[in-house]
Design a protein around this ligand. Structure first.
Ligand SMILES: Nc1ncnc2c1ncn2[C@@H]1O[C@H](COP(=O)(O)OP(=O)(O)OP(=O)(O)O)[C@@H](O)[C@H]1O
Length: 266
């Protein structure tokens, strides 16, 4: 029996950016593994390199050092089997919802065939936007626009779904609703998900495992299994062990305030 390779593997990955004020080490020696079909959330302070992690996995940039493999193969270029959802859906405002969804194919292959149109309609149906294909993005609510972004990422049925704070621009109720919606989609069509968020409740609700990153240069400082079965619900989130887990995550993320300097003696 051959063991399936991990969906994502980082070995001693560092990322240094050249900036006007000199080299900036965004990631300093990241090691992590994500199993196939696992849902992993990444939490960490602002600027610790979470988005960089996601861009490296997607092949949108190459690491300064270390090795990254996706499904057992080194990442050497942007991969078609990795779908990405950003904080803002970045839709083409003049193109219909359906045109936005088929955009990845139009962009790479130059033409869109009837099978692609069928797939676009199917995936729009799946994300709850059946019947909205001819609308323009500006005619949709923020939550609906983000659903279009998710449909576009799922259009080519990727093995991996990278999500960079996908719901953070939405109001609290829509955000919760989208979280459950995402779980439904993930359970109906299992994929490996790397989900970047600043929200501890969101990470706990969605993920199998939570990776916590240090301040820049980012490293993984904790790799914790969420103590919750599936399906998840508001009620299961209230369980004492889950509350305790969330409190532990909070303690890893929030540094105690430094004592203020003593006033100088008069
Ligand atoms: N292309 C780039 N050139 C120079 N510096 C960059 C580049 N991309 C990111 N950085 C810097 O690298 C660091 C990590 O950025 P990144 O966006 O990955 O952090 P993040 O954890 O996703 O932040 P946030 O939580 O605020 O979105 C930051 O200091 C950022 O300014």
């Amino acid at each position: 029996m051959t063991l399936a390779p991990p969906a994502i593997s980082f070995q001693d990955v560092a990322q240094v950016f050249a900036t006007k004020s000199g080299p900036l080490t965004a990631l300093g020696g990241v090691n992590l593994e994500v199993a196939q079909h696992e849902f992993v959330a990444v939490l960490g302070p602002s600027g610790c390199g979470k988005s960089t992690l996601l861009r490296l996995t997607s092949g949108l940039m190459m690491p300064s050092a270390g090795q990254i493999t996706v499904l057992g193969l080194p990442v050497t270029r942007p991969r078609e089997d990795v779908g990405i959802v950003f904080q803002q859906p970045t839709l083409l405002p003049w193109a219909s919802v359906e045109e936005n969804v088929v955009f990845p194919v139009k962009h790479t292959k130059g033409r869109v065939g009837p099978a692609h149109r069928d797939r676009a309609r199917e995936i729009l149906e799946t994300v709850g936007l059946g019947g909205f294909g001819k609308r323009l993005p500006g005619e949709l609510s923020g939550g609906m626009q983000q659903r279009v972004g998710i449909a576009r990422a799922l259009f080519l049925n990727p093995d991996l779904l990278m999500m960079d704070e996908p719901f953070s621009a939405l109001d609290a109720l829509t955000r919760d609703e989208m979280g459950y919606e995402l779980l439904r989609l993930w359970q109906a069509s299992p994929k490996t998900v790397m989900f970047i968020t600043h929200s501890i409740p969101e990470a706990v609700l969605l993920a199998d495992r939570v990776l916590v990153m240090s301040e820049r240069p980012g490293r993984v400082i904790a790799d914790l299994k969420v103590p919750l079965g599936r399906p998840r619900s508001e009620e299961s989130l209230r369980a004492p062990e889950v509350q305790e887990f969330a409190a532990h995550l909070r303690s890893l993320l929030i540094k105690p305030a430094k004592p203020s300097p003593k006033p100088e003696a008069a």
